[in-house]
Design a protein around this ligand. Structure first.
Ligand code: NIG
Ligand code: FE
Length: 406
């Protein structure tokens, strides 16, 4: 297929994020075979008149990648939202047994089919805004069977919609009540039973943990990562979201793909993250919903060339947000990112956060033909509008999606 007349934002390293204003691209099966200015299109392609698609000057970007989500869960936490509005803090609700635990109870009691059905509209919301790859975490089971059920649901749901997925085991998300005051025993269960069983079930691509006072200590998270390493699984970490426990530096020094949240990361520690090569995944949705005031050290991350990804973190508690475009806006307005950093955050840097940048995240020869077409003249429009979805078509693996058949 030949795509013509496109305003292509390649998200390659070249200046202006690889913008080609009168661009063309050639897709062979599921792969980008050629991309460049229309004027340079080789004759073999330009002579083609079948299977030519006119992009009518619209913006063509890589398909969006949401690299941090908790989108498979049961129920919702609107009542907790009301309580937080009355002044009860997120951490306080968690200590009282609400928060993540409320979703755990709901998720344990729902069967896999229902979980898939309940989660589907949330995935659809992401898809309508151009998402072609999504990361989905477990972590609302906190027992072996439910963690596996969640990851199976994630698998089924994304397969059903032909999305690319990374399934992340987050058994160390919260302490289940059965293990109250026995957090080390729970970590042993995660390492000796839960993670091995989930790996055996073939549903784990990566391992995450919540390093926080209301989650697990650095030492406990390290144990989980040691087990992940035994299975050769990449690691990532919820770190420095509510306090500075030094989870990000520990995770980065173990080679984490990404360290996520980072509001309380000290600018002094950014150099170590840079040296280790981890990606910073920023989640302004949780910052906004929790009315956080501590900002992540974006300037230091930028100055140290730490790639910054953005993600919805969609979950029923801290980020009931299913709009990547809104998150891009928040990345700019709340965190001071540029619109192009925000777009890189949902494409090339998100691909890096998943360890998939050789396949997806930019429009380059040899990469997967996962693309989004937008009714926009300038890439900053993607971060600028709120509540307006300019996505006009999405290509996944070289095929236009039915929902947006142009
Ligand atoms: O990324 N921080 C921990 N986990 C989620 C929130 C989970 C929840 O509140 O249900 C997060 O913010
Ligand atoms: Fe999260």
């Amino acid at each position: 297929m030949l795509l013509r007349n496109a305003n292509i934002i390649c998200l390659t390293d070249s200046g202006d994020y690889g913008r080609i204003s009168d661009g063309a691209a050639v897709i062979n099966e599921d792969i980008i075979e050629w991309v460049g200015p229309a004027a340079n299109l080789p004759r073999t392609y330009s002579n083609q008149n079948e299977n030519v698609f006119d992009c009518k000057g619209k913006l063509l970007t890589p398909g969006l990648i949401d690299c941090h989500t908790h989108l498979v869960y049961a129920g919702n936490r609107a009542e907790e939202f009301e309580r937080r509005l009355q002044g009860v803090s997120y951490a306080e609700i968690s200590r009282q047994g609400g928060g993540i635990m409320a979703t755990v109870t709901a998720t344990r009691s729902m069967c896999e089919d229902e979980l898939v059905n309940d989660s589907r509209p949330r995935l659809h919301a992401l898809m309508t805004e151009g998402v072609t790859t999504v990361e989905i975490k477990s972590g609302y089971g906190l027992d072996t069977a439910t963690e596996i059920k969640m990851l199976r649901a994630a698998d089924r749901l994304t397969r059903e919609h032909k999305l690319r997925v990374q399934r992340t085991f987050l058994g160390a998300h919260a302490l289940p009540p059965e293990y109250a005051d026995r957090s080390d025993d729970y970590i042993d269960l995660v390492c000796n039973e839960m993670l091995p069983a989930a790996v055996e079930a073939g549903v784990v691509d990566a391992v995450d943990a919540f390093c926080e006072k209301i989650g697990f200590s650095v030492r406990q998270v390290e144990k989980v990562f040691e087990t992940a390493e035994q299975f050769n699984l990449p690691i990532k970490c919820h770190a420095e979201q509510l306090s500075n426990l030094q989870g990000a530096v520990m995770s980065a020094s173990r080679g984490a793909l990404s360290v996520d949240h980072l509001e309380y990361l000290s600018a002094d520690d950014v150099g170590n993250i840079a040296k280790a090569g981890s990606i910073a995944v920023l989640l302004p949705g949780a910052y906004y919903v929790l009315k956080e005031t501590q900002l992540p050290p974006v300037v230091a991350l930028r100055n140290h060339n730490v790639p910054m990804a953005l993600a919805t973190d969609c979950n029923p508690g801290s980020s009931p947000i299913f709009s990547p475009l809104l998150i891009m806006n928040m990345g700019c307005t709340l965190f001071g990112m540029t619109p192009l950093e925000a777009l890189a955050g949902f494409t090339i840097n998100a691909a890096k956060a998943l360890g998939c940048e050789d396949q997806i995240g930019s429009i380059e020869t040899g990469k997967k033909a996962d693309l989004a077409l937008w009714q926009c003249a300038h890439p900053a429009e993607l971060s600028y509008h709120i509540g307006l979805n300019p996505c006009s078509a999405v290509m996944q693996d070289g095929k236009w999606r039915d929902q947006a058949q142009p």
